[in-house]
Ligand binder design. Structure first.
Ligand code: MRU
Ligand code: ZN
Length: 208
């Protein structure tokens, strides 16, 4: 065995595995979405812009600090990296941020017609970190999409300041963001909400 060979770090494996799994589910078609986690040293590891999330290699990951400085020379971070930064800055309890583009999340975001998507009546809601242990109701903000990421990020930051328990949000016609204390927790949130989006679309039935 070659002992001099560099071993990939655990966070690299974790992000690559998450990208592969989400893509297999159809939640990150083509190059859409982005994945990040907070490294112990402070910066985040995030996917590079335009990377195919189902086929990530260690080269597709890079480090960016929470001031937005690129720490991996020659690499361009995801266009949405400022949203990840805002979330990490907002709470020390956020250790990973995941952004998906599933058909269900996007269809629901376009159909709901309001500023919040209210989910209620699902026992699975009790599995969301920080949620009411009996399920109850949970409202996810739905933001209008905009090419102005700093503006969207400022709105997200303000809403989370007022409501620190928000576990994710939709961007209308675009996709879904969620997070967790670590990558495993954030992954669980993606799975829970993607399942609930499917339930919710079934409950609402076909368009008239
Ligand atoms: C609203 S932020 C833009 C990006 O997050 C984009 O939507 C996306 O999903 C992937 O972009 P990319 O820059 O290739 O990582
Ligand atoms: Zn996106």
């Amino acid at each position: 065995m070659d002992d001099t060979r560099e071993q990939p770090e655990a966070h690299v494996d974790g992000l690559i595995a998450a990208g592969r799994f989400f893509s297999q589910q159809g939640w990150m078609p083509a190059t859409t979405g982005d994945l990040s986690l907070r490294l112990d040293a402070g910066p985040m590891a995030i996917t590079r812009a335009h990377s195919r999330k189902g086929e990530l290699t260690p080269e597709d990951l890079m480090q960016v600090d929470l001031e937005g400085n690129v720490l991996s020379p020659g690499k361009q971070p995801s266009a949405g990296s400022f949203l990840h930064i805002i979330l990490y800055r907002r709470s020390d309890h956020i250790g990973a941020v995941l952004h998906t583009h599933s058909a269900n999340a996007i269809a629901l975001s376009r159909r709901h017609g309001g500023d919040f998507l209210e989910l209620q009546g699902y026992d699975l809601l009790a599995e969301v970190e920080g949620a009411n242990p009996h399920g109850g109701a949970l409202a996810l903000p739905v933001y209008r999409r905009t090419p102005e990421i700093p503006r969207l990020a400022a709105q997200v930051d303000e809403d989370l300041h007022g409501h620190p328990g928000i576990p994710g949000f939709l961007v209308e016609g675009h996709g879904f963001y969620t997070w967790g204390r670590d990558l495993a927790s954030a992954r669980r949130h993606v799975e829970i909400f993607e399942f609930l989006f499917e339930c919710e679309l079934k409950m609402r039935g076909p368009l008239p």
